[in-house]
Design a binder for this molecule. Structure first.
Ligand code: MN
Length: 270
């Protein structure tokens, strides 16, 4: 009996030792890129995606994109607070699910990193997230008209984008500055998103999700297009939306081809 206890204690101490040793020796983003090709690829794509989103008019001086760490699903990569078009590899910071920067990185982060941490925490399937304020999308968070797929390109919108009403989650005062600026608001946003891949932040913008950087860029671009087309159609009459079955089938087909526009958008940056 005593021997067992000593044995268990030894194992426990050993595990603690490993735990703290790993904590103390957490690799920096730069070191992870040097030793792990999947991290290198993810971060290089993330930087390109930042530039594409600006070039395609999806973000301006504001907005951001993140990617889950392919080697550690409990962290994600996101730039320090910068306009997306200016982001370089060395600006990328690693964060945990509380939006806390790892590796003692003290550079100024985006105030709304909690959008990303909240969604990654709740949605294991999500590998990349975009947040932006594209004007075309905003009306669909201000009225009872939902953003719904009007064509095959944005079929991922499914039954229509849910709306995050910040007043429901802000405590104790429902009147906020509208920013998703803490863990609770980030988790509220993630719960409003639910199982969908696009959520509108009332009076603010939107967040969209996918299982890859390329797909989330694709979805951001075509969600904005969908908003423009839907608004135009509504001036003429009642739009016909894709049925749920059409949406599902179109999504299956179109999202197999996302490398085509990605390659074009990368080429256009040169
Ligand atoms: Mn914002």
């Amino acid at each position: 009996m005593k021997k067992d206890k000593i044995h268990l204690l030894a194992i426990f101490s050993f595990k603690l030792l490993i735990f703290f040793n790993l904590q103390a020796h957490a690799l920096s983003v730069k070191e992870q890129m040097a030793t792990d090709p999947t991290v290198k690829t993810a971060i290089e794509e993330l930087v390109l995606a930042n530039h594409i989103l600006y070039d395609q008019g999806v973000v301006d001086g504001y907005g951001h994109i993140s990617v889950r760490n392919p080697s550690n699903p409990k962290t994600f990569f996101l730039s320090r607070s910068l306009a997306p078009s200016m982001v370089k590899v060395e600006d990328i910071i690693e964060f945990d699910f509380d939006g806390k920067a790892l590796n003692n990185d003290s550079r100024t982060p985006y105030g709304e990193r909690f959008i990303h941490s909240g969604i990654y925490k709740l949605r294991a399937d999500v590998k990349s997230i975009v947040h932006g304020h594209a004007g075309a999308v905003l009306p669909f968070g201000l009225t009872d008209t939902r953003l719904r797929p009007v064509y095959h390109m944005s079929s991922f919108l499914g039954a229509g984008a849910p709306i995050f009403e910040i007043r429901k989650y802000a405590k104790p005062d429902p009147d906020t500055d509208m920013f998703v600026s803490n863990v609770d608001l980030g988790e509220g946003l993630a719960s409003a998103l639910g199982k969908e891949d696009f959520v509108i932040l009332r009076g603010h913008g939107y967040a969209t999700t996918a299982d890859s950087v390329r797909k989330v860029v694709f979805r951001s671009v075509y969600a904005v297009q969908n908003a423009l087309i839907q608004s135009e159609a509504m001036k003429m009459g009642n739009p016909i939306y894709l049925t749920p079955e059409e949406s599902w089938k179109a999504k299956e087909t179109i999202e197999k081809t996302i490398n085509r526009p990605w390659d074009l958008w990368v080429e256009k940056l040169k």
